[in-house]
Design a protein around this ligand. Structure first.
Ligand code: AAT
Length: 283
């Protein structure tokens, strides 16, 4: 049996058995590896870190997309930063009211390989006429985007190392603020509170976003294959509060069948454990 192993902390490792390595490529941006296993199905890693697998991707992609739409059901223009596997775009495109989705992904090879090996997330995305694909750095994309041009930005990024680093900077969050309209919402991959390295990233991101947006929250979900399984998204906005403005009735009318998200869970997800709240409040 072959084992894919990820170092979760200095003294903790996580392993998944796989039957075969499907594909491996070093792009100018990162090392991409696709594996085929039984427990988690097909999965791929970037620079050796788990990104997406067939078994738990629904949790991450439900939670990055639906809380924003249940808070502002009127979202029409969406910018996805990263998200090359297509899973985030897939969920956004389920809303018939969405008119335009721009995806700024730095590495076209991630998208092309997911079209080939991970159709559960990538298939149908490129074919949707509302979709605009830009294969470029997300920071560069927002620098050049006009003011007030999006209702929602979803930062579906890797960890703040290597190419993902720019997406955790104050400059990036400020540019996001500028390109969002007055109702704008920013959701960002917010790392994890449990292991030290990830908790440090979490606190740094929190501090930066809080200094820019008037409304900022963090919410949690359970992601079995990400370090510790306890993972977070940030919710920052110019006017919408994710709890006070939650419109469960309007969201219900979309009639979307979701495997993880529902509007009761929405409220619960913002209720953080005390140690997480305290770590975030210190920032
Ligand atoms: N949908 C869950 C998968 C991801 S992958 C994150 C994507 O961000 C990758 O395709 C990567 O190429 C892209 N990316 C990284 N840096 C940039 C950048 N600067 N500009 C645009 N795209 C970028 C998220 C996994 C989260 C893992 C948490 N441990």
């Amino acid at each position: 049996m072959n084992w894919y192993t990820e170092q979760w902390s200095k003294e903790c490792k996580f392993s998944i058995a796989y039957e075969k390595e499907l594909y491996s490529e070093k792009t100018p941006f990162q090392q991409i590896d696709f594996y085929q296993g039984t427990e988690f199905g097909t999965f791929f890693t970037l620079d050796g870190l788990m990104m997406v697998n067939e078994k738990d991707e629904f949790i991450y992609h439900d939670m990055i997309v639906h809380p924003a739409f249940a808070t502002n059901p009127g979202i029409k223009k969406v910018l996805i930063i990263g998200g090359g596997d297509g899973g985030t775009a897939r969920e956004v495109l389920r809303y018939p009211t969405v008119e335009e989705v721009v995806m700024a992904e730095i590495d076209e090879r991630v998208f092309r390989l997911c079209q080939q090996y991970l159709p559960v997330t990538a298939s149908g995305v490129e074919e949707d006429s509302r979709m605009k694909l830009h294969f470029e750095d997300g920071l560069e994309y927002v620098r050049n985007a006009p003011d007030h041009s999006f209702d929602l930005i979803l930062v579906d990024s890797t960890d703040p190392i290597s190419v993902g680093e720019g997406l955790f900077t104050t400059e990036f969050y400020k540019e996001c603020y500028r390109v969002l309209n007055d109702e704008g919402i920013l959701i960002n991959q917010h790392e994890s509170p449990y292991f030290e390295e990830y908790a440090t990233n979490m606190k740094k991101a929190r501090k930066k976003i809080k200094s820019i947006f008037p409304i900022t929250n963090v919410y949690q979900y359970h992601m079995p294959t990400y370090p510790s399984g306890h993972w977070l998204f940030g919710f920052a906005s110019k006017s919408f509060d994710p709890i006070k403005n939650l419109d469960a009735e309007a969201w219900g009318k979309f009639g979307l069948k979701t495997k993880y998200y529902n509007t009761n869970l929405h409220v619960g997800a913002f209720g953080l454990p005390n140690y997480v709240k305290e770590a975030l409040e210190r920032e």
